[in-house]
Design a protein around this ligand. Structure first.
Ligand code: SME
Length: 161
């Protein structure tokens, strides 16, 4: 499937409606999980012009391992409870960080990052199989509306067993 140019509305409900429609097209077309994760990260980095990193960390034993992403090279492994990603996994809930320098234990991958959102990826039974991580060059870029919107978006991903 070729790239579909989307003009995202500024208003959040309409923005997330369009984002979910865009993602659904690519998810329906994805032949496997890697393809789904790769195009998901590409779609959201297009939708958030101030995002400097968007992608996935996937549960791999007692760590998270980096998965498909868009952005600068990133740390490969994150321990349970470490950084923002490992905290989302340990606390079993999304993290919205207004200023990463104020988050104790934040793992810096790009010194231009100011804010970050991490949303767990869940199986039907609620267990976590990975996290979506997105960074922004703007402080306070992600809101509760983004948490709710992105939690809806990640439900479009095909969860592995
Ligand atoms: N900041 C993350 C690490 C991954 S990079 O942002 C891509 C964290 O603290 O878990």
């Amino acid at each position: 499937m070729s790239y579909i140019e989307a003009q995202y509305p500024a208003e959040k409900p309409a923005f997330y409606q369009m984002l979910k429609e865009q993602l659904a097209l690519y998810m329906a077309d994805a032949p496997n999980l890697t393809a789904a994760l790769a195009n998901f990260s590409a779609v959201i980095v297009q939708a958030f012009p101030n995002a400097n990193w968007a992608g996935f960390y996937l549960v791999d034993g007692d760590e998270l391992a980096v998965g498909p992403f868009q952005g600068r090279p990133a740390v490969s492994r994150i321990g349970f409870g470490k950084g923002v990603c490992g905290t989302a996994w340990k606390e079993d809930k999304a993290q919205v960080v207004e200023e990463v320098s104020c988050f104790a234990g934040h793992i810096a991958c790009d010194c231009n990052t100011h804010s970050e959102i991490v949303v767990p990826l869940r199986r039907a039974d609620g267990t976590i199989w990975g996290v979506l991580d997105m960074d922004s060059v703007l402080p306070g870029h992600f809101t509760e509306e983004d948490r709710v919107g992105l939690e809806e978006c990640v439900k479009l991903l095909p969860a592995p067993n």
